[in-house]
Design a protein around this ligand. Structure first.
Ligand code: UN1
Length: 508
């Protein structure tokens, strides 16, 4: 897959974007191991950065805790105004930010623009929310008493994000955490620090223009050990972590040890069911975007497809036809739909999964490695499985779609739920009963359950997250903001007597 630009030009383009945004990259000192950033497009180096040391992280956390005291006193609508200004800056620099995402993680242009749009949407949402941090009032059982709940800032929030959504997932957390009155420390993926530094620079600008302290939000760069130090730090009241279930388990356990909150958004082995009444042309488009879009590297990517036996041969044939002509290549090229995998390890994991499936007797269509001159490009794979087993039971972060026929919807729902993860599931049907069953308590056991759309590409207005090994956290819309605040239940006695609840008598 030839690059459309010589590799040095990618580094130059990234440097130009960062410079326009006013980002000063942390330069590595001579004796430290630098963090090398590569472009998945051709494997070329984009930058070498200094990692944040643990003492430096601790200093940033101490500063964050210090400014937390002031930030939580700023009225929420004023905090919302800062998030609105940040969103306006992101709008202004949308194209440059999107280009940086494409360079650093290899997304096609349209998807990179979509990711930046998700940041903007989140800012709009959070700004509106800043006037709607509602608490309930409840009737008290006692005369002349008032019972209500009030919501208060929680404290410093640590945000750990993955490479595949290097801007949007932080924005889901940051926009809410900020209007909720919390300071932030962000550890982005070591594979995508430039996107983080660029986006964060705009937040710094918005904070500065409104006269707020820079330390309200900061970025730290490094590997797992730094993330662990962030999670363990006493200043951090909530850790929001996106990534593998293995990482999430460690984060969740560490948070539990310190009685701090965790908000986990982990893997998904997402499934869709195609029923006999489905609109097949619509289902086909939805399935291909969900399974092959983003080169299979979304946590919401469709990985398991259960097709009613009456349609199986027809739909698999149609999928094969579409898959065979999917344009795989340089994500900056206008007609590309499938860009590169993030690195060679991802490519190896995909090949291992395909070999395992073949050893079980599966038929694999596609999945070939595409010669690229540096990047890890593959043709998306369709895998006809002999049963629900082997690699089909785990999340491989690559464009592999496992296919299995089913006879009865209840059987298909059981297969959807026979996964350690519980992020996203879809049904394609025109039968109201089937659709409602799938969305009901007897249906898919996921955090996101869709009808006649794919498993990926959720809007920010709904709460995002899933069950089981997906971690149980909810981010973005709906009432996810409550995770970033502490709730106080207030009982106010405005009378002159002291009746006790539950009729208890205690006269002294
Ligand atoms: C992720 O892959 O971690 O629903 C997030 C989607 C996107 C977010 C994915 N809005 O696919």
């Amino acid at each position: 897959m030839p690059s459309t630009k010589p590799s040095t030009e990618y580094a130059a383009t990234a440097a130009r974007i960062l410079q326009t945004l006013g980002v000063v990259l942390p330069a590595p000192a001579g004796h430290d191991a630098p963090l090398f950033v590569h472009s998945p497009i051709d494997g070329s180096r984009l930058a070498a950065l200094a990692c944040t040391t643990v003492p430096r992280l601790q200093a940033q956390l101490a500063q964050a805790q210090c400014v937390q005291a002031d930030w939580q006193q700023v009225p929420a609508p004023q905090r919302g105004a800062v998030v609105r200004s940040f969103g306006a800056l992101v709008r202004q620099h949308k194209a440059a930010l999107a280009e940086l995402i494409s360079l650093e993680v290899g997304k096609i242009r349209s998807e990179s623009l979509g990711e930046v749009q998700e940041v903007i949407d989140m800012c709009d949402f959070a700004q509106g929310l800043s006037r709607q941090l509602y608490g309930l009032t409840m009737p008290s059982e006692r005369p002349e008493h008032h019972l209500r709940e009030t919501w208060h800032p929680l404290g410093v929030v640590g945000i750990v994000t993955a490479f595949n959504f290097p801007m949007a997932v932080w924005a889901w957390n940051a926009a809410l955490a900020l209007v909720c009155g919390n300071a932030l420390v962000w550890k982005p993926s070591e594979k995508a620090p430039l996107s983080a530094l660029a986006l964060h620079r705009l937040l710094q600008q918005a904070l500065q223009e409104a006269g707020h302290a820079a330390a309200i939000s900061s970025v730290v760069l490094g590997h797992g050990a730094l993330g662990q130090a962030l999670v363990e730090a006493p200043e951090v009241r909530l850790v929001s972590a996106t990534g593998s279930s293995r990482m999430g388990r460690a984060v969740g356990q560490a948070c539990a040890r310190h009685f701090k909150r965790s908000l986990l958004e982990l893997g998904g082995n997402n499934a869709a069911v195609v029923c006999p009444s489905a609109d097949l042309a619509l289902a086909l488009r939805a399935i291909v975007f969900a399974a092959a879009g983003t080169a299979g590297q979304r946590c919401t990517t469709l990985r398991r497809l259960f097709i009613h036996q009456s349609l199986y041969a027809d739909l698999v044939q149609r999928l094969q036809t579409v898959y065979a002509r999917l344009p795989v290549g340089n994500p900056l090229a206008a007609d590309t739909l499938v860009g590169p995998l993030v690195d060679n390890l991802a490519l190896e994991a995909m090949q291992v999964a395909l070999l395992e499936a073949q050893a079980l007797g599966a038929t694999v269509h596609g999945g070939q490695v595409v010669a690229s001159g540096g990047g890890s490009y593959v043709r998306p794979a369709l895998v006809e499985m002999p049963g629900h087993s082997g690699p089909m039971l785990r999340e491989t972060f690559a464009p592999v779609l496992y296919l299995l026929p089913f006879a009865d919807l209840h059987e298909a729902i059981a297969l959807v739920n026979a996964s350690e993860h519980g992020l996203s599931a879809s049904i394609f049907t025109n039968d109201l009963r089937e659709a409602e069953l799938f969305c009901s308590a007897r249906g898919a056991d996921c955090g996101i359950v869709n009808v006649n759309i794919g498993t990926s590409g959720a809007e920010i207005g709904g709460a995002f997250g899933g069950e089981k090994a997906t971690g149980g956290g909810r981010e973005a819309g709906s009432d996810a903001w409550k995770g970033y605040m502490r709730r106080a239940t207030n009982t106010v006695n405005y009378g002159h007597s002291l009746p006790l609840a539950q009729g208890v008598q205690f006269d002294v």
